[in-house]
Design a protein around this ligand. Structure first.
Ligand code: ADP
Length: 255
């Protein structure tokens, strides 16, 4: 008799736990959808007035060039830099909320071409840093969204250039290898590296390992990369030797 009542009670408790879990999962999904919607709407609504502020500040700076005191010119420079940083944050938030949501179907993406496109966007940074990016002659063609793949490489190679060490120019290598049913594609750098304890958390949104005073950023880029890779059915992780460099590894299933 006791066995039966115990079993029934346990079953009832299990059912209650399952129900609570299902409710919480539903709530989380709703919160997530709300957040994504908020990010998208807020970003659009914030961006327009911000661009207006920036362009008027630019005009004021141009027009008062000769009469203004050095202090005033400096303050205007700060204001313009702030507007630029905020615009970057909005762009990254938009990328985060958009990544993984596409109305169009997946199509074959030539990864080599996607890397070349990412490099075009990054060319000013490469030149400024005196950096070198070496790309394997062939990279796979996999099913996905071209914009996402370009964004993935833009973020990874951009970081590889940004988180350099002061003593050597950045050197970045993009390579790939077929591992059974997957392609492993990597972006390796000779930068400052990432401690083992930090290698998972950097993929979470707003996680940064350096203060903005040292190196500017929003802490969104790698969260976007993770979303993109997981959407393609793959995974992303880091191998690194602190002080010597990091290798961001992306494993994607063959279609
Ligand atoms: P952001 O670069 O805007 O801060 P990310 O999400 O792209 O945001 O990166 C999160 C953090 O991970 C960075 O702030 C940096 O501390 C660290 N990081 C990313 N890429 C590298 C890299 N290649 N080498 C060293 N640290 C890196």
């Amino acid at each position: 008799w006791t066995d039966i009542t115990d079993r029934k009670r346990a079953e009832a408790e299990l059912q209650a736990v399952n129900q609570r879990l299902a409710e919480q999962a539903g709530q989380l999904m709703r919160v997530n959808a709300d957040l994504e919607q908020f990010a998208s709407v807020a970003s659009h609504d914030l961006r327009q007035p911000l661009r207006m502020v920036a362009s008027y500040l630019g005009l004021i700076r141009r027009d008062i060039q000769t009469q203004a005191s050095p202090e005033l010119r400096e303050y205007l420079g700060f204001a313009l830099d702030g507007a630029k940083r905020m615009d970057r944050l909005i762009q990254d938030l938009l990328d985060y909320s958009r990544s993984g949501r596409h109305s169009d179907a997946e199509a074959p993406v030539d990864f080599h071409q996607a890397v070349q496109e990412a490099l075009q966007h990054l060319q000013p940074v490469i030149d400024e840093q005196g950096g070198e990016v070496i790309v394997a002659e062939t990279l796979p063609i996999l099913s996905g969204h071209r914009d996402d793949v370009v964004r993935l490489f833009q973020n990874l190679i951009g970081n590889a250039l940004k988180y350099r060490t002061p003593d050597r120019p950045p050197r970045v290598q993009v390579g790939c290898q077929r591992d059974g049913q997957c392609w492993r594609i990597w972006v390796a750098d000779n930068g400052r590296g990432i401690a083992e304890a930090d290698r998972e958390r950097v993929f979470k949104i707003f996680q940064r390992l350096v203060p903005s005073s040292e190196c500017e950023g929003t802490g969104i880029g790698l969260a976007v990369c993770k979303k993109i890779v997981e959407n393609m059915g793959g995974r992303i992780w880091i191998d690194s030797v602190p002080g010597q460099g990091s290798t961001f590894q992306v494993s994607l299933p063959v279609d």
